[in-house]
Write a new protein. Sequence first.
Length: 378
Amino acid sequence: MPAYDVIVAGLGGMGSAAAHHLAERGLRVLGLERYGPGHDRGASHGGSRITRQSYFEGSQYVPLLLRAYELYDRLAADSGRDVITLTGGIMAGPPDSRTVAGARASAERWGLEHELLDAAELRKRFPTTAPRPDEVALYEAKAGFVRPERTVLAQLELADRHGADLRFHEPMLAWEPVGDGVRVITASTVYSAGQLIVTPGPWAPELLADLGVPFSIERQVQHWFQPRGGVDAWLPERHPIYIWEDESGTQVYGFPAIDGPAGGAKIAFFRKGSATTPDTLDTGVHASEIAEMAAAAARVLPGLPGEHLRGEPCMYTTTPDEHFVISRHPAHDAVTVGCGFSGHGFKFVPVVGEILADLATTGTTGHDIGLFDPRRFS
């Protein structure tokens, strides 16, 4: 029975980060993945993810974001891959909206550089936007985007460089505690290790049913539209990333044109999906979905929708309070879990990998992760 220090089950964003950190520390690491490297079957694809520091989801996240920025820069330097780009970003909507007020609260608590723009200032600064007179925006110069596929591949390459044993198309089917360690069963064989890290993405309800967390899996669609008049006004040096909330609380988010003249600009709803499972995911994109997205885009971005180029579904795995799960398993000291990240998790990938490696090797971490304890649902 092959023996390792740590087995990482699931090599998407968080799992590949954990494998990288563990292997870099000199541990014997086995990584298991259901599909091939950098696959598009979970939540680590779509070409781009927003990164930002003025965090409306909670100011508790900001220290983790500051560390994530450091680690993204290090990942780029060590791998030679372009994984993060800062374009500036706007959090827009009514002044008392969660998007604006929450971002402002985080920025003020942590002394983050930011500007508050009224509607006229926002239109002048970014002519691609069309705020209503009563809307405002928080502008953050250090916001931008990360590249999920490149990030995963960079982390896998570095894990491999440091000696990790990475096995693709070999998912973990089950695990069980054995003495002070753990046994992992795949379709091919059985492995043993001192520790197991489970980063299962949308397979969390199946593989972590005993955790007691009521995960939900949602189908979300990302859309790419070609701006009317071309992409010049939408280039990263001219157009920021954005999250825009309307008076009903509906949020849309999007990006500059980052994929060349014919690549369009990506936009999507923020947390507006339908229930699914990995086995029943509808991979098509429907006319009604395109029309709904086009109408929402046109309200705030007069250069969109333009021509719809493509749509791409992905799966969000979330918890009822939308906060992550990062912890040693409450019932098994040899198991560490990381899940429930969808919607706002990818920007944290390298620091979550660092935390998971800490927990698997020492049982604790210097990062504050009290917010992410799964026992909050007990």
